[in-house]
Design a protein around this ligand. Structure first.
Ligand code: GLA
Length: 391
């Protein structure tokens, strides 16, 4: 921790050429254990925050300028903004847009941000890998602002504003899961969230001899956002057709028998499969939390497997890279289950594996993946950690 603080401080002084009054912050990334593509369908999700995340050092300024610098993107150099017109530019997809977007969202909500600051960030969370680096940045910014400007804002509202940044400024129609999972995270607990009401329970995770291993495809992100938005539209279309007969607001309200009874209303076969995934995955998530609470890890693993199959066949968001990771992990002894996590189309998968066999599994998966895909995956062992904080 002190090492990263020293690096941040040294970079700050090299880039901005003065010694500031430093405050340091951290926001984690997240991994979703189960409940995929359910959040924008009013269903349940079950994510947790992880030890990988984004660190920041900040020093307040007397004027209204804000300067940003990322140690992960040194080529971009220093980015300048003015609090007065922070919304006045077209949002692209650079890291600073998530910071600007969050400040803009806070100002739009009437929060007083009357001074600028100088900021340096440094992350050990792989970018664009489905571990929510963008949500981590939004929540980090929200939490920094809450602290340094003494804003009367709750962490769950920071999450809501983070989602607004994605939806309204960045143009990704994502659900609330990522920001909520990060903003409300608690150590050693996963968050069982009902996305239709934002009611949640923090569930202690007792893994016994097992751990979750994240397996990163290292696939370059392509078209992921447009395909994501397409899936969301397909679900909305399916819901609309069901609503001709059923009095429901979201697919998450449906039980499996109800869905099966009325699925014929969805005329398009593809959209029917999308809706099927949303309904079954939601029910699977509810069941998964119950079995985990009953310490039945083997059943949890089976539900992970079923989740991946549904994402592969009905939702069609996996692809050869994720399938290869998941299939080869499942071939190993002492792996209870494996599935993709996050939006899909690349990104990461997770495997539930007995601790002492985790390295053997990684070696096997690495070999298989390299052989089939042509480059190496990366692995991270999950430590479930708390939410944004000053460090
Ligand atoms: C991305 C989105 C989330 C969620 C997942 C899929 O991570 O940001 O809102 O929809 O994909 O479960």
């Amino acid at each position: 921790m002190t090492e990263i603080k020293t690096q941040l401080q040294e970079t700050f002084e090299r880039v901005y050429c003065y010694e500031g009054n430093y405050r340091y912050f951290f926001s984690p990334g997240r991994v979703n254990l189960i409940g995929e593509h359910t959040d924008y369908n009013g269903g349940h999700v079950f994510p947790c925050a992880i030890q990988l995340g984004i660190y920041a050092v900040i020093s307040m300024r007397e004027d209204k300028f804000i300067r940003y610098y990322s140690m992960n993107e040194e080529d971009t150099g220093v980015i300048y903004r003015d609090v007065e017109n922070i919304g006045d530019f077209s949002y692209g997809r650079t890291w600073s847009d998530y910071v600007s977007g969050m400040i803009y969202a806070l100002i739009n909500e009437g929060y007083e941000i009357n001074r600028g600051f100088d900021l340096v960030i440094c992350g050990n969370l792989p970018v664009g890998a489905g571990l929510s680096s963008s949500a981590a940045l939004e929540v980090l910014t929200g939490y920094i602002c809450k602290t340094v400007y003494n804003l009367d804002i709750t962490n769950d509202f920071i999450a809501v504003l983070g989602q607004r940044v994605e939806n309204d400024y960045i143009g990704v129609k994502s659900g609330i899961m990522d920001q909520f999972a990060i903003a409300m995270a608690e150590e050693h607990k996963a968050l069982y969230l009902d996305t239709s009401t934002l009611e949640y329970k923090s569930v202690p995770i007792n893994m016994g001899d097992y751990i979750f291993v994240i397996m990163n495809t290292n696939k370059k992100r392509e078209l992921a956002d447009s395909k994501y938005n397409e899936r969301r539209r397909e679900c909305e279309d399916a819901l609309e057709e069901l609503r001709a007969v059923l009095d429901i607001q979201s697919l998450g309200e449906l039980s499996i028998p109800q869905f099966e009874e009325y699925a014929y209303l969805i005329t398009d076969e593809v959209k029917r499969r999308r809706a099927k995934h949303a309904v079954y995955e939601n029910q699977r998530t509810n069941l998964a939390v119950q079995v985990l609470l009953a310490d039945k890890l083997d059943l949890f693993g089976q539900l992970m497997n079923a989740s991946h199959e549904s994402l592969r066949k009905d939702y069609e968001v996996t692809g050869v890279e994720l399938d290869t990771l998941v299939d080869s992990a499942r071939e190993c002894d002492h792996v209870l289950g494996a599935r993709m996590t996050g939006a899909g189309f690349g990104g990461c998968a997770i495997a539930l594996v007995k601790y002492e066999y985790a390295l053997i599994m990684q070696e096997y998966v690495r070999e298989k993946y390299l052989e089939k895909i042509g480059y190496e995956p990366s692995f991270y062992e999950v430590e479930i950690c708390g939410g944004p904080r000053e460090i």
